[in-house]
Ligand binder design. Structure first.
Ligand SMILES: [Zn+2]
Length: 199
């Protein structure tokens, strides 16, 4: 029961060649096993007509040709309130800062609906377990950012559900200003906080 050294190697090599030549292209299987998409790929995936920068008369560029919107989800605690915030990834606008999940509106999209949609896409929120109770609009005439303020009415499991977030977390309303905030969210927060305190 001896075998010539090298026979096994030769047989394996032949079998491998056969599989590659006769079997289906390896491509579909490679695609199924791919790692998570890159930021560029996700941008193409979510691409819609409003996804572009707008030059505003305030002298700044804003994301969203038709405006932008986000969602501030609030829940009551025994001592006050917590809100869901997004820790933005490094490659995003003002990367590394915290703000609400949000993004550009589609043409003709209702801002509140757009804010909820973005929060579902980015933070895994359940739209059936929240109620929008108020809005805050930062109006630049050429452009506006609408923050929908919503109260959680059932279980929510906020978590990053696309690559735009380092983290998604419940943050005590008293601790929000301890975080490095996105400048637009920092401007809006005192107004948002006043509404949160009434909930
Ligand atoms: Zn502006």
């Amino acid at each position: 029961m001896t075998r010539e050294p090298g026979d096994g190697d030769r047989l394996r090599a032949t079998a491998d060649e056969g599989t590659t030549a006769a079997g289906p292209p390896a491509d579909p299987r490679e695609r199924a096993g791919r790692p998570r998409p890159t930021a560029d790929e996700v941008h193409r995936l979510h691409r819609q007509p409003g996804d572009a920068w707008l030059e505003c008369r305030c002298g700044h560029r804003h994301w969203g040709l038709h405006g932008a919107a986000g969602l501030l989800l609030v829940r009551r605690t025994t001592t006050g309130h917590e809100v869901v915030l997004q820790h933005r990834v490094g490659w995003s606008d003002q990367g590394g800062t915290w703000g609400v999940p949000g993004g550009a509106l589609a043409p003709g999209e209702d801002p509140v609906a757009g804010g909820v949609r973005e929060a579902v896409e980015e933070a895994g929120l359940d739209p059936a377990a929240l109620e929008v109770v108020d809005t805050w609009v930062m109006d630049h005439v050429d452009w506006a950012y609408t923050t929908a303020i919503a109260l959680a009415t059932g279980p929510q499991d906020p978590r990053p559900t696309d690559p735009e977030s380092e983290a998604i977390a419940w943050v005590d309303a008293d601790a929000v200003t301890d975080l490095p905030l996105h400048s637009a969210f920092a401007d809006a927060w005192p107004h948002l906080r006043a509404v949160v305190d009434t909930l």
